[in-house]
Design a binder for this molecule. Structure first.
Ligand code: 5GP
Length: 189
């Protein structure tokens, strides 16, 4: 948006419970604020319908993920929902920051903790649901997981909600637009 002040250089980490809408807020930011660089994670999980390799994730094999860890290519990584590994390629993050671009990582809580250790100067934003019931509704509403998978994700979400106090700031995701606007304001401040 040409009439607004440029976003200063800063690494922002967006985390929060599963299905709270982190991905949707990040997608909104990608569409409306192309000046923000958004990390593309590597993952060992299979693509969902519509997901494009290199755009939504780098979909890699277990062996390739092992290699990335061994070669120190990941800024952080974690097993999420006890099913697949996800990690942030380090090089592109450093390149984006070196180019003066504001950068966003949309990752899980375990990953956020690792980034806090390695890059404590980053800003840590917790995206929270308006309520627990709303979080459950969003989780079920997505309809892409099996019952067992949903239960696993709810279990993860309960633990993740308790971690809010570890974060610099909380954004409540009432709507994607409002949460996105709040996030971009934080990235500017
Ligand atoms: P999904 O499989 O639904 O795309 O993502 C599952 C979870 O993995 C989400 O909570 C998302 O934030 C997390 N995630 C995605 N990329 C990364 C990453 O690079 N590192 C970590 N630690 N978590 C990630």
């Amino acid at each position: 948006m040409a009439d607004q002040a440029p976003v200063p250089t800063r690494l922002t980490v967006l985390a929060g419970p599963t299905a709270v809408g982190k991905g949707s807020v990040a997608a909104w930011l990608r569409d409306t604020h192309p000046e923000v660089w958004i990390s593309v994670s590597a993952t060992t999980r299979a693509p969902r319908p519509g997901e494009v390799d290199g755009v939504h994730y780098h979909f890699v094999s277990d062996a390739e993920f092992d290699r990335m860890i061994a070669d120190g290519e990941l800024l952080e990584w974690a097993v999420v929902h006890r099913t697949a590994r996800y990690g942030t390629p380090r090089g592109p993050v450093l390149e984006a920051l070196a180019q003066g671009r504001p950068a966003l990582l949309e990752i899980d809580l375990q990953g956020a903790r690792q980034v806090r250790e390695r890059m404590p100067e980053a800003r840590f934003v917790f995206l929270s649901p308006p309520s627990w019931d709303e979080l459950v509704r969003r989780l079920v509403g997505r309809g892409t997981e099996t019952e067992a998978e949903r239960e696993r994700r709810l279990e993860t979400a309960r633990a993740e909600l308790a971690a809010e106090a570890e974060f610099d700031v909380t954004v409540v995701n009432h709507t994607i637009h409002d949460a996105g606007e709040e996030l971009i304001e934080l990235m500017r401040s």
